[in-house]
Ligand binder design. Structure first.
Ligand code: ZN
Ligand code: ZN
Ligand code: FE
Length: 757
């Protein structure tokens, strides 16, 4: 029986997950010789042995223990060379990187056991990790993933750590962030001016004591600082709100464990699985009726709480000490990226935190918490960041290597690589220097880490977005993609689907290909592009951008469009005189088909909110006031045959106003409004006869709207497609842009720019 030799390249999540020791043990058990090595292309291995053993080896090596994952194997046969053993070789550094980068992972069970074992040398060591858990993307400087190309290169391993790192049989074999109290990062507690108060375990205990006393503590975690405060203390939470200049936007909560979460929230098995996942996201959960432990200032006006479990050993230890939930909100001002270093925190978070719990493991890039909500029995990712980015989104077909720079809010960037798209972490809203820096860093990391030169850069049609200006400055061939087209393609892409489809893209606003502001779109997606088949009736937005922050202005425009006088008491006499005159002359502001602004207007008419302090606040509050029991009635919506079809909410608003006059409670008005929008989607789908209906855009973060649309479309025989791993909001735009550009052969602007004047 003669020996065979095979050379194989394995792609997938195969680096930094203990893949090489796994292959080594497998080879030893099967009597196979050869070697395994990390390369920028993935894992390279050569294996030699009897045919049967080799076959078994190649089959089993595709099934590594989690979080490892093999997505593809390319193998060729070679002449045998007659080695004596199987070796783990050092990494090479040449070639094009195609291996998956891994995200940061919450501590595994084995590490948590050691963390709490007084006999273990890493007892209470907040930076414990192994090949199954710990930081990855947040410490990564380049590929291949080796210690010298992480921020851990500053720490020299002690003899014991080095021995673990070198031993193929050890759980920490080539665990790049491997460290212990003798050789690794340490904690320190600072006062608000940066004076070191104490270090090590004393720092952790000091931070816990400060939190217990109601102080605000900035805690440097995996991808940046959290601002923490006792979530049970109304006064402490209000103090944080005042300092952060964030009056209403809900704060996320960090809990010690699932049992504590269950005290305050209702959880389904799926929600508990999401909470306990290695990506440790914020999960939006319904409050448990009657549980009054959490301060009302945590999420004013909302029925849900954003909850996460400890994403790192540091948080695990801190929460074990506290045994009560704390607010854990990103250490930043409003929509800026999360702050990532001690000195930066003294500058940017000064005046916000009483104490800072910091460490000396440098963070390579800001990475916020991910956010997920269960919708229609499935997770729906609302923000894709820690634990999820930069895992690629497989789209099932080869793409041109293009770089996409996203939109303006909830910014992300993306790079096409083979048949997958690497989508960056959430970068915040562009427009601040910090967001601009994070944006540029994310682009250069995408390009340098993946060693790719893009053939083109893809951007939004809007000429004034910072991302568009960045794209222009690259000097690369450009492709401009319409905002809502990108929304629909992002949703199709994450399900590996393509045209034809009817895309229902509803959001705040995006520039349309006719130069007007779109946001309530029904797009027929075709191979060559899209056709705007229908849209919501347009109405004027008095004050333009200001209207996005003032639902009362959207209501004013809506009522004007219907020939109704303004609501009394919402504006001053002077404001009304000015806006009334402008409206009459058609100069109060732009007209828009925005569904988001329609939600705002209805929230105003229902008396829910007249001024918003964060994006989509009025729509969110409208959703959260919906009645618990099912409401069947809905308001009428008319379709006007035209090209495109106009979906007229006129009858809807008239019926709502009549109900309101009759004293129908606002919760019922809200339900009938939501139902009417769903019936409008069904009616348009029926009119256009397209079976596949894609629900995308920020409005489909709304659980009620999405679940009801999914249910009604299914009942009527349609195939609803909604988001899963990629956000329905603008965080998904970059993915859709890649797909739009990959579908076009032209390397210049595929769509005309609107007039800049
Ligand atoms: Zn571990
Ligand atoms: Zn050590
Ligand atoms: Fe959008």
């Amino acid at each position: 029986m003669s020996a065979l030799r095979v050379r194989a390249v394995l792609r997938g999540a195969v680096q930094g997950v203990g893949f090489r020791p796994f292959a080594w043990r497998l080879a030893r058990d099967l009597g196979v010789v050869g070697f395994v090595s990390n390369t920028p292309q993935g894992v390279l291995l050569e294996a030699e042995g009897p045919e049967a053993a080799l076959e078994l080896f190649l089959r089993q090596v595709r099934q590594p223990p989690p979080p490892g994952r093999v997505d593809g194997v390319e193998a060729v046969y070679l002449p045998p060379v007659g080695e004596q053993s199987f070796a783990i070789r050092d990494s090479g550094t040449v070639g094009v990187a195609t291996a998956h980068l891994l995200p940061d992972l919450a501590p595994c069970g084995a590490c948590l056991r050691e963390l709490l074992d007084p006999a273990d040398r890493r007892y209470r060591y907040p930076f414990i990790n192994c090949t199954a858990c710990g930081p990855r993307f947040s410490i990564l400087l380049g590929l291949p993933y080796d210690r010298e190309r992480t921020t851990m290169r500053a720490f020299r391993m002690c003899r014991q750590c080095q021995a673990e790192y070198d031993d193929p049989m050890d759980r920490r074999f080539h665990a790049q962030p491997n460290a212990c109290p003798a050789c690794g990062p340490t904690l320190a507690l600072w006062d608000s001016r940066g004076t070191v108060l104490c270090s090590g375990d004393a720092a952790l205990l000091g931070a816990a004591a400060a939190l217990r006393q109601g102080e605000v503590v900035a805690v440097l975690g995996v991808g940046g600082f959290h601002l923490m405060v006792d979530a049970r203390s109304e006064e402490a939470v209000r103090r944080l709100r005042a300092r952060k200049r964030r009056p209403d936007k809900p704060f996320a909560l960090l809990y010690p464990d699932l049992a504590a979460v269950r005290q305050d929230c209702l959880t389904s098995p799926l929600e508990e699985r999401l909470l306990s996942g290695a990506d440790a996201p914020i999960v939006l959960l319904r409050r448990r009726p009657g549980s009054g432990r959490i301060a009302t200032a945590v999420a004013p006006g909302l029925r849900e709480l954003g909850v996460m479990l400890p994403p790192a050993p540091l948080h695990y230890l801190l929460m074990r000490e506290l045994e009560f939930p704390v607010v854990a909100t990103s250490g930043n001002l409003s929509e800026e990226p999360i702050c990532t270093s001690g000195p930066e925190a003294l500058r940017r978070l000064s005046g916000m935190a009483d104490r800072l719990l910091v460490h000396d493991r440098p963070i390579a890039r800001p990475i916020d918490d991910s956010v997920v909500r269960v919708v229609a029995g499935r997770p729906l990712v609302l923000r894709r960041a820690r634990g999820m980015a930069p895992l690629p989104v497989s789209v099932g077909r080869p793409l041109r290597p293009v770089l996409a720079v996203g939109a303006h809010l909830k910014s992300t960037v993306a790079l096409a690589r083979g048949d997958a798209v690497v989508l960056s972490q959430h970068l915040g809203d562009l427009g601040t220097p910090e967001a601009g820096a994070a944006f540029r860093e994310a682009v250069s990391a995408l390009l340098s880490i993946h060693g790719q030169t893009p053939a083109a850069v893809v951007h939004d049609l809007h000429p004034d977005y910072d991302s568009t200006r960045f794209a222009e400055a690259t000097g690369l061939p450009r492709v401009a993609v319409q905002h809502h087209h990108a929304h629909v393609l992002s949703c199709l892409a994450e399900h590996g689907l393509g045209p034809p489809a009817l895309g229902v893209a509803w959001d705040g606003m995006g520039l349309g290909s006719d130069g007007t502001l779109w946001g309530g779109e029904f797009l027929l997606i075709e191979k060559e592009g899209f056709r705007r088949a229908a849209h919501l009736r347009t109405f004027p937005l008095p004050g333009g951008d200001q209207a996005a922050r003032e639902p009362r202005r959207a209501a004013l425009g809506l009522l004007h469009e219907l020939g109704h006088p303004p609501e009394s008491g919402l504006f001053s006499e002077a404001e009304l005189r000015l806006l009334g005159a402008l409206l009459k002359r058609g100069r109060a502001g732009p007209r828009t088909s925005s569904a988001g602004r329609l939600f705002d207007a209805v929230a105003s008419l229902c008396g829910v909110r007249q001024r918003a302090t964060y994006e989509a606040q009025a729509a969110l509050e409208l959703e959260h006031m919906l009645p618990e029991e099912e409401v069947i009635e809905s308001y009428p919506v008319a379709l006007h045959a035209a090209n495109p079809i106009v979906v007229d909410w006129g009858p809807l608003v008239e019926a709502l106003l009549a109900d309101r006059t009759r004293g129908v409670p606002p919760a019922l008005l809200a339900a009938r409004f939501h139902n009417a929008l769903v019936e409008a989607i069904v009616a348009v789908a029926r009119h256009l006869g397209q079976r596949r209906v894609v629900l995308t855009g920020g409005c489909f973060q709304n659980r009620y709207l999405t679940e009801r649309a999914v249910r009604r479309l299914k009942e009527e025989g349609y195939e609803p497609i909604w988001h899963l791993h990629v956000p329905p909001g603008d965080g998904g735009i970059a993915l859709g842009q890649v797909l739009a550009a990959a579908a076009t052969e032209r390397e210049t602007c595929a769509l005309p720019y609107p007039d800049r004047s």
